[in-house]
Write a protein that binds this ligand. Structure first.
Ligand code: DX5
Ligand code: ZN
Length: 214
């Protein structure tokens, strides 16, 4: 299993310390949640913070944009050194064009679905994207309870990927811990995002190892 710790639950008063922990960990990616207070009812951090994170991080940056009109910021995200730029399907009228523009900017393209958005809406884009980020909570906040229906969505998405021959990876975001992580592994997830479970743990390094071994 791949693991992408979400910096949203880190200590913002000492980000360098938490980034150093992730650098020393077995994590594969570092997940960064950008919120605009419009697409989601919360505001997190923006590009100056991500640029600082990029200077310190040895893990590829997995940038999750929970914002309206994400196509306006493709160059900014690229300039922050992002490896993956994930936009919400619900935020993009011209999703195919946005995915092309993310690729043209040299990044991997991810598409995220809110809990109530069906997997079937990805049918005509699945072969053009590198990653699907299924939200297993309503986006906006860390520390929420895992929505169990996500497990069916993972199975359905795995079927769609197999059927179409897509190379997209399945990433899950929200309420991930040892129990839900094991269920997600069984359902067919490739990458687990974990915020509060990792940064709230007594031993974050061991906690990341635990998810890695699922
Ligand atoms: C929520 C964010 C998540 C968040 C997950 O809107 O997209 O990445 O950090 O937090 P946990 O793992 O605490 O549910
Ligand atoms: Zn996220």
């Amino acid at each position: 299993m791949k693991v992408s710790p979400s910096l949203l639950s880190a200590d913002f008063g000492n980000l360098a310390k938490d980034i150093d922990m992730v650098n020393r960990s077995s994590a594969d990616l570092l997940h960064l949640d950008v919120m605009d207070g419009v697409f989601v009812p919360n505001i997190s951090f923006g590009f100056p913070v991500i640029k600082y994170v990029q200077q310190l991080s040895r893990k590829p940056l997995d940038v999750h944009l929970m914002i309206v009109e994400p196509q306006k910021f493709i160059n900014e995200v690229r300039d922050c050194g992002a490896a993956i730029m994930t936009v919400h399907q619900e935020a993009c009228v011209h999703l195919n064009r946005v995915v092309q523009q993310i690729h043209d900017a040299g990044m991997q393209a991810g598409v995220s679905l809110n809990p109530a958005t069906p997997v079937s809406l990805l049918k005509d884009i699945i072969c053009d994207i590198d990653l699907v980020l299924l939200m297993s909570v309503n986006p906006g906040f860390g520390g929420q309870k895992f929505i169990v229906q996500t497990l069916n969505k993972v199975r359905e998405l795995r079927q769609l990927i197999t059927l179409t021959g897509s190379n997209a990876q399945i990433e899950i975001d929200g309420g991930v811990n040892d129990v839900t992580g094991a269920q997600l592994a069984e359902a067919g997830a490739d990458i687990l995002v974990a915020g509060s479970y990792v940064f709230g743990a007594q031993d974050p390094l061991k906690t990341i190892d635990g998810l890695k071994n699922l």
